[in-house]
Design a protein around this ligand. Sequence first.
Ligand code: GLC
Length: 497
Amino acid sequence: MPPSKKLKILFVTSEVVPFVKTGGLADVSSALPQILLEQGHQVRIVVPKYGAIDERKYKIHEVVRLKDLTTNIGGKEVVFSLRSSFLVGPKARVQIYFLDNQEYFGSRHSLYSDPLSGEEFADNDERFILLARSVFELITKLGWVPDVIHCNDWQCGLIPAYLKTLHSEEELFKNVKTLFTIHNLQDQGVFAKSTFEKTGLPEKYKSEEGILHKNKINFMKTGLVFADSINTVSEKYAEEICNDKEYALGLLDVLAKRKKDMFGIVNGIDTAIWNPEKDKKIAKKYSLKNLEDKTQNKKALAEKFGFEYKPDVPVIGMISRLYDSKGFDLVEKAFKELMKLDIHLVLLGTGEKKYHKFFENEVIKHSGKFSCYLGFDDELAHLIEAGADIFLMPSKFEPCGLNQMYSLVYGTIPVVRETGGLADTVDNFDEKSGNGNGFVFKKYNAADMMKEINRALKIYKDDQKTWIKIMKTGMKSNFTWMNSSKNYIDLYKKVIG
Ligand code: GLC
């Protein structure tokens, strides 16, 4: 294919900023399509229309050709529509289709699980079978045939399988390829064997060679087996999951088999949204030129959370889903010790019930030292990135991670564990050479985490000159999507052949 050929990409995902977000997948699903379009490629997005998406605000409208389409899920006729709107960024307007079905998506606010019980929705299999099926209807009805369907995480896992089975003989799909991106192996879309009948796939795939995995249906595995090419969101995570069973979470054999089709492309960050020089959500904008203004944000952060502003006391920020895999078991273990330090700790996030309970208790015990908001709040996230001095991200696994990159460009020095994308983006500060942009610990345990936190605090207290140098190194980083999108374009071209 000539290097200048413009590509047609259909980007399928289960969440997109600003419409709906639970994690970093939503940021990627917004930024990457925009930058591809900016470079002259044709890109369209498909996402479910959950109840949480405001259709008036986003002017989501009907398309006659895409209205009242039908498919069959396990003998049940399902009617759905694809409605249209645009993802509007500063430089690009990307066509986006919302998969509309009241029963599966519209009637529920939340994306994957019941907020009250915390349980995953019992019909998640049917919901995401519908997403996969709708993609083929969309292409057929529009007559807009992509070169590549870019599938993201388990929710899109069946798309490559349908392409290679149910649609393999159709002229329209003859040249269509799939790229499957793993954003996190933690959730794999695992269902009882009886889900097989709902998929409508030929009987021979009801096997371990097909879409069964350990005698269950596994949507992630399905994507990994049938996709033409696979990538994940950092080089280090690609290496970890193909070689180490602790990281592969039950899929080592499947991943190892596809090693030669597996690529690592680190995510970028959306610099229109995450840039301290232009950020409207923070108290005072700043940059390398007026770094002292960052303290205005520290002050605002103290006000917002209601703790006393002390310029010399370092604020450690955390923004994360509250899961073991994000390192919260280490934080819990080290909490007593942390609270003995001369710091203030600020936490934003939601997740497992046990951590909600834990932090709700601790905030009462240590109200002068620890503040938290156990919910989603985009504005607070910006203020924490701008107002904290240190950002803690002790993940056990981290496919890419975005907050460490936000922290770096906001001059908020990250303390991270050496894994996945954290290892690829944070360089451990070396006292001898003076190089590095953060603090990195290797072994996953609380003592090693505390050691790095203490090393950071010591430099913060004793050597502000060095501290500022580390801040500046981070602020000069270039994590724009331009670099990563080039790698995606190369990969799309490779897949197309
Ligand atoms: C998932 C991963 C995170 C990654 C994001 C976007 O949320 O946990 O590491 O940055 O996806 O790819």
